[in-house]
Design a protein around this ligand. Structure first.
Ligand SMILES: CC(C)(COP(=O)(O)OP(=O)(O)OC[C@H]1O[C@@H](n2cnc3c(N)ncnc32)[C@H](O)[C@@H]1OP(=O)(O)O)[C@@H](O)C(=O)NCCC(=O)NCCS
Length: 232
């Protein structure tokens, strides 16, 4: 098992090669002898998914075996996949109203334009086999909160439950603490979103607080949950 230091070293090596690329392969789906050419050896990161117990049909299993995942910059060519996967009420209903539903091509273009010149990069595409299927961001705060950053994320529904976001959060945490002058990364999932709570817990975040009726979306009040991870 990799130590924390080794993980940091791995990140630094990748950053030296290409500052915007973090990549790992889903070991559960990739036999040691398979040629998952897109996955770099130095960035190998094992993900505990549900592969052992999932009942997939043979075609799905064949596709999953070759799934490689990485975080990378968004670019203009991602517009189609962005709109295809973001335009889903099952994704949008867990996010702020800044993430619209329906999610149109105009929305996608505005998003890609907005982040095109972001430096350092704060929002990464989650790329599976060359296709952008989700997004994760790290947002340093201002004023007296300047030593904290918020993370937010979503993934295309068809990729849920494979451990992808847990690893994406681990990667963004490493990136956040090594790129920005911050000591705390937090997330604010809805109280009604247990998948997101679980993902944060698996990525080492601690539950800190429940803000009663802090959220109002689609005509409903919900509590806001605060999860956070401190720099070691
Ligand atoms: C939340 C989300 C990011 C999770 O991504 P993911 O890649 O499917 O997450 P993972 O596979 O890493 O982990 C999901 C975990 O939730 C668990 N889970 C699933 N449904 C659950 C439920 N109803 N109650 C509790 N846990 C649940 C899974 O079992 C898994 O945990 P395990 O590995 O211990 O079994 C994804 O579902 C998503 O994009 N949802 C819509 C947008 C969203 O909610 N964004 C977060 C806003 S704060």
């Amino acid at each position: 098992m990799k130590t924390k230091t080794a993980h940091n070293e791995r990140f630094c090596v990748i950053a030296a090669v290409s500052p915007q690329i973090m990549q790992w392969e889903l070991a559960s789906y990739c036999p040691a002898t398979s040629s998952v050419e897109a996955a770099t050896t130095q960035s190998r990161h094992h993900v505990r998914g549900n592969a052992a117990t999932a009942q997939w049909d043979s075609e799905t299993r064949k596709q999953e075996r070759y799934m490689t995942v990485k975080l990378r910059k968004w670019n203009e060519a991602d517009l189609d996949s962005l709109v295809k996967y973001a335009n889903n009420i099952n994704v949008a209903k867990w996010l702020t109203n800044g993430f619209p539903y329906p999610y149109t091509y105009e929305d996608g273009k505005a998003f890609l334009t907005m982040i095109a010149n972001d430096n350092p990069t704060k929002i990464f595409a989650i790329d599976v086999n060359g296709e952008a299927v989700g997004s994760i961001g790290i947002f340093p705060q201002a004023d007296i909160h300047e030593k904290s950053a918020e993370t937010g994320y979503w993934l295309a529904e068809q990729y849920w439950g494979k451990g992808i976001m847990t690893t994406a959060i681990l990667e963004i945490v490493e990136y956040g603490f090594s790129t920005f002058d911050i000591v705390r990364i937090f997330a604010r999932p809805f109280s009604t979103n247990p998948k997101s709570h679980r993902v944060l817990e698996k990525a080492g975040f601690l539950f800190e607080a429940r803000l009663k009726s802090a959220l109002f979306k689609n005509g409903e009040f919900m509590d806001e949950m605060i999860y956070a991870k401190l720099k070691d």
